[in-house]
Design a protein around this ligand. Structure first.
Ligand code: FAD
Length: 282
C-alpha cells in the first residue's frame, strides 16, 4: 500500500485498459477493494478504480442473464431478475457471503478474477455453464468461465485484462439449482465445502445435471461421474444413492490426496437432500 502514487478513475473500459497497459503506471484494478487491499503486490503504484465504469448492470439480453462485473453481491442478492433465474441460486449464493458489509462492497468480477478456495461464485458459474466477456489488448472476447483460469491470459484479470460481464445462458433459466456452503458459522469467510447442484428435468427424467464441488481447492471442479449417473435417469432411491456414493468418490479422486471423511459424508448428504426434494416419481 505504501507504494501507491496514483489513483485513477476511468469512465470507460477502454480508458481503464489503457492505464493497465501503460507499463510505467504499474496499475492494478480495484473494484470493491475487499480483497485487493489484503493481497496487493509491492510493485503496484497505481490503483485503477473500476467504480465509474458502466458495468454494474444485471439485465436480460437475447434470453441470457447478464451480470456486469461491478455488480455487487448485495445487488445480485436483491435483484428480481437474479432471484427468478434457476430457482434464484445466484441470489442465494450471494447471500451466503460472510457479512452484509462485504456484500455491499464486493463485486462478482472481483470474486472470480483470481482462484481462491473461499470464493463463492466460481462454483455457481461453473455449474450454470457461464461465459465471461473480457477486454484485453487483443480486444473483446468471450470465453467459458473455466477458461478464465487457464493459460494464455497474460498477466491475468486486473493486470492486463478487464472482466466486463458474466453471461448466464438462457437454457439454464428453468433449471432447478441449489448452492450450499458448509462452514463453521454463517459469518465464516471460508468453508469446509461448497456444493452447487443443478438439474433440468423433462418428462420425469433428468436431461442435464451439474454437481460442482468448491472450497477444497482454489478452483472448483465438476463431479462429472456423478453427473453422468443422473443424466438421462428417472430419479428413484437407487439412482440417488448411486449418484451420492459417486460424488463421495469424486472428492477422493479429484486430487492426489483423499478427502476428509466428514466432507465426503456432507457432500453426499447435501446431494441426497437436494435430489429427494425434487419429488420425482420413483
Ligand atoms: C472480511 C472478509 C470476508 C469475506 N468473505 C467472503 C465470502 O464469504 N465469500 C467470498 O466469496 N469472498 C469473501 N471475501 C473475499 C472478497 O470479498 C471477495 O472475493 C470479493 O468478491 C472480491 O471482490 P472485490 O470487488 O472487493 O474485488 P477487489 O478486492 O477490488 O479485487 C480483487 C481482485 O480482482 C481483480 N478485479 C476486480 N474486478 C475486476 C474486473 N472487473 N476485471 C479484472 N480484474 C478485476 C483485482 O485486480 C484484484 O486482483 C471476503 C473478504 C473479506 C475481507
Amino acid at each position: 500500500m505504501n507504494n501507491i502514487k496514483c489513483y485513477s478513475f476511468p469512465r470507460t473500459p477502454k480508458e481503464a485498459l489503457s492505464v493497465l497497459l501503460n507499463k510505467k503506471a504499474n496499475a492494478i484494478a480495484v473494484a470493491g477493494g475487499t480483497l485487493v487491499a489484503k493481497t496487493l503486490p509491492e510493485t503496484v503504484e497505481t490503483f485503477l478504480d473500476l467504480k465509474n465504469l458502466p458495468l454494474n448492470h444485471i439485465k436480460k439480453q437475447g434470453g441470457d442473464l447478464i451480470l456486469g462485473a461491478t455488480a455487487t453481491f448485495d445487488a445480485i442478492d436483491n435483484s428480481k431478475l437474479a432471484q427468478s433465474w434457476a430457482g434464484g441460486v445466484l441470489s442465494h449464493a450471494a447471500a451466503r457471503c460472510s457479512s452484509q458489509l462485504i456484500r455491499n462492497m464486493a463485486t462478482i468480477g472481483g470474486n472470480i478474477a483470481r482462484p481462491h478456495s473461499f470464493n463463492i461464485f466460481p462454483a455457481v458459474l461453473l455449474g450454470l455453464d457461464a461465459r465471461v466477456k473480457l477486454l484485453s489488448e487483443a480486444g473483446v472476447k468471450t470465453c467459458p468461465f473455466s477458461g478464465l483460469y487457464g493459460p494464455g491470459l497474460g498477466a491475468g484479470p486486473g493486470r492486463d485484462l478487464i472482466i466486463l460481464e458474466v453471461i448466464i445462458p438462457a437454457r439454464t433459466k428453468n433449471w432447478v439449482c441449489r448452492f450450499e456452503k458448509f462452514a463453521r458459522t454463517e459469518a465464516s469467510w471460508d468453508a469446509y465445502l461448497t456444493l452447487f447442484m443443478g438439474v433440468e428435468i423433462a418428462d420425469g427424467s433428468v436431461c442435464a445435471a451439474r454437481v460442482i464441488v468448491g472450497a477444497l481447492s482454489p478452483k472448483p471442479f465438476r463431479a462429472a461421474s456423478a453427473e453422468q449417473i443422473l443424466s438421462g435417469a428417472r430419479l428413484n432411491p437407487g439412482v440417488i444413492e448411486e449418484a451420492c456414493l459417486e460424488l463421495a468418490r469424486c472428492l477422493d479422486t479429484a486430487h492426489q490426496h483423499k478427502a476428509d471423511e466428514f466432507k465426503k459424508e456432507v457432500a453426499a448428504t447435501l446431494l441426497k437432500r437436494f435430489l429427494e426434494s425434487l419429488g420425482q416419481p420413483a
